[in-house]
Design a protein around this ligand. Structure first.
Ligand code: CTP
Length: 411
């Protein structure tokens, strides 16, 4: 899910080292600029064999630097100035990072502008993110793995690599992540971390209640809000488990996902997880009823003119069940209320009926399947509106609202 201008006001140093994945760095520069960042490209000599500085300059809209002897920066010290200019770089992202470059980082060597700059950056406020790209044997080599472990121990974040087909024709680990995934990872890295050390369990999507092997009862929930919340909670530093009904959405990075179909399966997945999590957010549009019996075979019309009788039974209320767990096993619960009218009245009534400290109310038909939403937070203290925004922006705001209301974590 794209968030508009998620890097607005950010200054990113994008480093390229030698590798065929440099072609993806062109797209990455565009993604970063599109997300609102100013991008300062720095390339090694080897990178310039794969893609020209002219291309990167055109895409980033700034002159590209390749040499520590480049006299253009005011102090004539490119390796210092490039992470301090434009109010200071918010991050250095090296993509692609070759095996040789990672080895240089691990040893603290400074043989060219990019490695110099990584060493000289103000590490406390300018994180280093590294996206490896190399042949699978190079990636698996103990020397590379040792070097990667070392740079992680030194504070770098390693993004990927991915597995798949490689430029050399081999298949395995070592492909650089795609530009969109790298941009998303950078955005996530730069988010504040109000849920650091917390665990969050989320239900999302519709449920599907089978009538027979080919039919069922479901609803229009797309799961987008729940998936955006899972992403936002993970970005905010939480360990997130997402129990998802049948939806066609990719799992947010770093999120553990459990797929279910019916309300009963969702409850069975949630119950053992709930006591292991500090926060439970129920965004799922759980079907209120299910057929009393599921036919073993497809129900046939048979030409009788009579529809089959469809007896329904009520599904368990997952949120209310979790909210009633004994203290010590009960996470802090957040419910959603999707209403078609009388929003605040129904939300307040749900707050009481479900026994939860917070209800997030929205007009269901106005939001189902859409990328944006507006909600009202209803709790014991009153009401707080979050105006119309894309679901990821809203999810990030909600995560902050939830973090602010959480009781202090047990020491
Ligand atoms: N919910 C749940 N299990 C159910 C029904 C609802 O966990 N069987 C959760 C939803 O995920 C949501 C909240 O309860 O967080 C409210 O859901 P909603 O469908 O709005 O309310 P209902 O309890 O179904 O009440 P009503 O049908 O009267 O609106």
């Amino acid at each position: 899910m794209a968030s508009t201008q998620a890097l607005r006001g950010r200054h990113i140093v994008l480093g390229l080292t030698g590798g065929i994945a440099c072609y993806k760095a062109a797209e990455l520069a565009r993604e970063l600029v599109r997300a609102g960042a100013t991008v300062q490209v720095v390339m090694t000599e080897a990178a310039a064999q794969f893609i020209t500085p002219v291309t990167m300059q055109a895409l980033s809209g700034r002159p590209v630097f390749t040499s520590p002897w480049d006299a253009r920066p005011p102090g004539n010290m490119a390796h210092i100035d490039l992470t301090r200019q434009a109010g200071g770089a918010d991050a250095v992202l090296v993509a692609p990072a070759s095996a040789d470059f990672i080895a240089q980082l691990a040893q603290g060597r400074a043989g060219d502008l990019l490695s110099l700059l990584c060493l000289a950056r103000p590490a406390a406020r300018c994180p280093l993110l590294v996206a490896p790209a190399m042949n699978r044997e190079m990636w698996a080599h103990p020397a590379t793995q040792r070097n990667v472990a070392q740079i992680v121990a030194d504070g770098a974040a390693v993004l990927g690599p991915d597995a798949g087909e490689q430029a050399c024709g081999e298949v395995g680990d070592g492909r650089m992540l795609e530009a969109a995934a790298l941009c998303e990872a950078l955005v996530a890295h730069l988010q504040p971390k109000p849920l650091a050390g917390r665990t969050v369990l989320i239900t999302a999507g519709p449920t599907f209640e089978a009538i027979d092997p080919v039919r069922g009862i479901t609803n229009h929930s797309s799961g987008k809000m729940g998936f955006a919340l899972a992403r936002a909670a993970a970005e905010a530093g939480a360990r997130v488990t997402l129990v998802a009904g049948p939806v066609h959405l990719p799992t947010p990075a770093g999120v553990r996902r459990i797929d279910v179909h019916s309300a009963e399966q969702m409850l069975a997945a949630v119950l053992p997880e709930a006591p292991r999590h500090q926060v439970f957010i129920a965004t799922a549009a759980v079907a209120d009823w299910r057929p009393a019996q599921v036919a073993a075979h497809k129900l046939k019309k048979g030409g009788s003119g009579h529809p089959p009788p469809l007896a329904l039974v009520e599904n368990p209320d997952i949120l209310a069940t979790v909210a009633r767990l004994p203290a010590g096993q009960r996470p802090w619960c957040v419910g959603f209320a999707a209403e078609s009218e009388n929003l605040l009245h129904h939300a307040r009534e749900k707050l009481r009926r479900k026994g939860v400290p917070l209800i997030v109310a929205n007009l269901g038909p106005a939001t189902f399947g859409r990328d944006d939403n507006a909600v009202v937070l209803v709790d014991a203290d009153g009401e707080h509106a979050l105006p119309q925004a894309d679901k990821l922006t809203l999810a990030r705001q909600l995560v902050h609202e939830i973090a602010a209301r959480l009781p202090a974590a047990a020491p």
